[in-house]
Every structure is written in structure tokens, then in C-alpha cells.
Write a protein that binds this ligand. Structure first.
Ligand code: HEC
Length: 139
């Protein structure tokens, strides 16, 4: 007996569920006390400090070509615009920014970034810098 069509349907269904799960991230409750603290550095900017981190760890999936979740991280405007689900940062409030939760690997594992099997997690220092950037107004 050949069960492969059934198996394929199962895979597709699983993918659909994973995609639906993404829509919940805005409402997700996370323990923000587990976030690395924002960096002390002042004058943090996208071009100088944040772009290099995203370039190394995120552009592969969130660049110009077929960006995942339609989220582009290769410009400040792209980050502010957000994904197909909406905003990924809350300017001035990094602790409430879904992007920060994703890179700190808090909350639902489906939203951890980069996806655990696809790349190394960001360091607490890098997360702290992203937090400082958002807290300082995402300039
Ligand atoms: C190997 C591919 C890949 C890499 C690398 C990657 N992402 Fe993602 N990202 C995805 C996929 C796929 C989705 C859509 C699924 C989802 O939303 O969980 C996504 C969605 C997101 C979302 C939307 C949250 C959500 O769940 O709707 C954010 C924010 C995000 N990524 C941030 C980042 C950041 C920041 C980096 C780099 C530190 C990064 N991603 C690196 C594949 C990737």
C-alpha cells in the first residue's frame, strides 16, 4: 500500500498550523524579566549598530528576496513597517516588542529567531543593543 499522498497532506496541514500560530505572537505573554538588559550605549542607530547584526543573522530570510512573513529587516523602514501580521517593534518600548521576544527566545518556540535549527541565537549583548535602539526611538 502506498501511503505517501496521505503523508504529504499531513505535512501540508502541519505547515498551515505553524503559519496560523504566528498570528498569536502579538498577544503572547512572555516573562520580560528574562530579557537581557538594554545596552548602556547612547546614540544607537540602525545604520551604525543594528544593520550589521541583522545582515549577519537575518537578511538571508528577511531581505529583498521573498522575505519570510513579508518582514524586511534590511532597512529601518522595513523594520518599522513590520510583517504581514503587523508591527514587530513597539518604538520606545523594547520589552513589549515581539522582535525582541523572538531573538531572546522567549515565548512560543515557533517564533524564535533565527529559527533554532537555522542559526545561532543572538548574544545577550546584541539583544541589549537592539533593545537600546528601540528604547531610544529606533533612529
Ligand atoms: C532561516 C530563515 C530565517 C532567519 C535566518 C530569520 N528568520 Fe525571522 N522568520 C522566518 C520565518 C519562516 C518567519 C515566519 C514564521 C513565523 O512568523 O514564525 C519569520 C518571522 C519573523 C518575525 C515575525 C514574528 C512572527 O512570528 O510573526 C520576526 C519579528 C522575525 N522573523 C525576526 C527575525 C530576526 C530579528 C532575525 C535575525 C536575528 C530572523 N528573523 C532570522 C525565518 C527566518
Amino acid at each position: 500500500m502506498n501511503t505517501s499522498p496521505l503523508v504529504r497532506t499531513g505535512v501540508r496541514f502541519g505547515t498551515a498550523l505553524a503559519a496560523a500560530g504566528c498570528m498569536l505572537h502579538a498577544a503572547e505573554k512572555v516573562d520580560v524579566s528574562k530579557l537581557p538588559p538594554p545596552a548602556q550605549q547612547t546614540g544607537v542607530t540602525y545604520e551604525k549598530d543594528i544593520r550589521p547584526i541583522f545582515e549577519k543573522h537575518c537578511f538571508k530570510c528577511h531581505g529583498e528576496e521573498k522575505p519570510k512573513a513579508r518582514l524586511r529587516l534590511d532597512s529601518r523602514e522595513g523594520v518599522l513597517k513590520g510583517s504581514r501580521e503587523g508591527k514587530v517593534i513597539e518604538v520606545g518600548d523594547s520589552a513589549r516588542s515581539p522582535l525582541v521576544h523572538s531573538v531572546a527566545r522567549l515565548g512560543d518556540e515557533d517564533h524564535w529567531m533565527p529559527p533554532p535549527d537555522k542559526g545561532e541565537p543572538l548574544t545577550p549583548e546584541q539583544i541589549g543593543l537592539i533593545r537600546a535602539w528601540i528604547d531610544q526611538g529606533a533612529r
